[in-house]
Ligand binder design. Structure first.
Ligand code: ADP
Ligand code: MG
Length: 243
């Protein structure tokens, strides 16, 4: 079953076309890594999947929702499609648990008691069961990002999109966040990961997509993709990333 189906997506900003016909299908339980140089259109593509950017042409169905510009339909879609960014955007005046409870209470109308239970469960999933009461400024960057992931999980999304979630972290904090994502992969969460962590992509993603200049330049099962890249552009990119 396709959880994400994007057909021939085109998107321009002014005169510049940044997505030039991108087609991606992701099956339930599949983990797909999206790699490519800065400016190749990776973030724009993820934002289109979540309806944060409108598309110029093409078709998107995510978690059973056909993409629409109607606010009510977009709200429905976003409940099922989580997105985690490089910046955590936690509210500084709310503790970790309260940050996680916010959307389930305000968006889903869940009771505070059940949202609190859900927040505890999600904090445990990211290894922070003992930090419910901690305010963001008491947490490391890695812990804050794990709270941000828990916040997405609390909405019980059908697919999670990750946009370079470790790029702002010191190397020693990157590992703990990647471990959480790897754990979610093992539990069967459907995910698209934009990442510069090539070793991680190779290990965790079933399939890797290399974007270049707004198109999918090369893709394949992660096992072959990194060992036997076919196009000179991917070979050059992998060399520069690992280099
Ligand atoms: P990546 O995530 O691969 O680095 P992006 O999707 O962020 O690439 O950007 C692709 C191109 O689109 C870049 O040239 C970027 O400057 C441009 N772009 C992205 N968002 C906007 C925007 N809101 N307005 C204008 N140009 C944008
Ligand atoms: Mg980006």
């Amino acid at each position: 079953m396709s959880v994400v189906s994007a057909r021939n997506i085109r998107k321009s900003f002014g005169p510049i076309e940044v997505l030039k016909g991108v087609t991606v299908d992701v099956q339930a339980g599949e983990v797909v890594a999206l790699i490519g140089r800065s400016g190749s259109g990776k973030s724009t593509f993820l934002r289109c999947l979540n309806g944060l950017e409108s598309i110029d042409s093409g078709e998107i169905t995510v978690a059973g929702h056909a993409m629409s510009r109607k606010p009510a339909a977009l709200r429905e879609l976003r409940r099922d499609v989580g997105i985690v960014f490089q910046s955590y955007n936690l509210f500084p005046h709310l503790n970790a648990g309260e940050n996680i409870m916010l959307a389930p209470v305000q968006v889903k109308g869940q009771s505070k008691a059940s949202a609190r239970e859900e927040a505890r469960r999600c904090l445990a999933m990211v290894g922070l069961e003992d930090r419910f009461q901690a305010y963001p400024d008491m947490l490391s960057g890695g812990q804050q990002q794990r709270v941000a992931i828990a916040r997405s999980l609390a909405m019980q999304p059908k697919v999670l999109l990750f946009d370079e979630v470790t790029s702002a972290l010191d190397p020693e904090l990157t590992g703990e966040v990647l471990a959480v994502i790897e754990d979610l992969a093992r539990q069967g969460m459907t995910m698209i990961l934009v990442t510069h962590e090539m070793g991680f992509a190779r290990r965790v993603a079933n399939r890797t997509i290399f974007m270049k200049d707004g198109i999918i330049h090369e893709e394949g099962p992660s096992t072959d993709f990194f060992t036997t890249p076919k196009t000179p552009e991917l070979i050059a990119f992998l060399r520069s990333e690992i280099g």
